[in-house]
Design a binder for this molecule. Sequence first.
Ligand SMILES: [Fe+2]
Ligand SMILES: [Fe+2]
Length: 287
Amino acid sequence: MAVDSTDHADKAPAIRVRNQRFGRSSAQQRWWANGDPVATAWLNALSATFPRGETLFIDSVKAFRDGAPPALAEEIRAFIRQEVNHTREHLAFNRAAENAGYDLSQIDARVAALISDVQTNPPIAWLGVTIALEHFTAMFAHELLAHPELYLPSSGEQAELWRWHAVEEIEHKGVAYDTWLHATRGWSGWKRWKLRSTLMLLTTRHFLADRFKDATELLGQDGLTGWRVKARLAWYLLGRPGILRRTFPLWCAYFLPSFHPWKHDDRALIRGYDAGQAAAPSPAPAT
Ligand SMILES: [Fe+2]
Ligand SMILES: [Fe+2]
């Protein structure tokens, strides 16, 4: 069977590190996502996982960068710089959510425990989990940039942060995967497919169950509890706007033997974002 073909190389864009800061100058509203507690809880829950999650991604890719071809080595360096910046900005975002009254410590503890669990396995398994989660971030990033009106306020620094993160996630979506292809270059196609598919199924189960629990817990901190609140969250994810429903075809594509992130060409979203930024007043540069 043909596996993991690499005929995508012409599509992967150059990776630009847009080192920016967001949300330092004003307090974050408790329900910053259009006054919607459910949307806020979902996005805050995701953000709470990013600092530890992105550190895992960096460690996983670093473990296999020795001997990488020069072009991939360069991409790995840019990937790490982007993820380090994302971590810094989401730590600031998470502090702002805490200042708005949320306690994220339980979520953080669950993520820390899960990552410790992952790291009891060989580093190739960390990388397998990383490529699965990078596929999730690329799918969600595509949705946020293609349909920002469904998910984000039309203005404000929180919306800017999420769009900035999304564009860089799309831009570097092939890097961990190419590192995986490099790390498993001596494997049979079947062995490679079997491990990445198995890890995607396990990762998906944990990701969905844990994020649902995290968001439910944050809604509980708003005093919103009970089955109706859980049903509202489920409808938000599967009905309207329905990010899980809308990204399901992309999730399925991961299981194709010939999958590669750049078989889904969404470079137009990067170009659109950069053109909008060039036309807008300059954002705060990071120091
Ligand atoms: Fe990131
Ligand atoms: Fe990423």
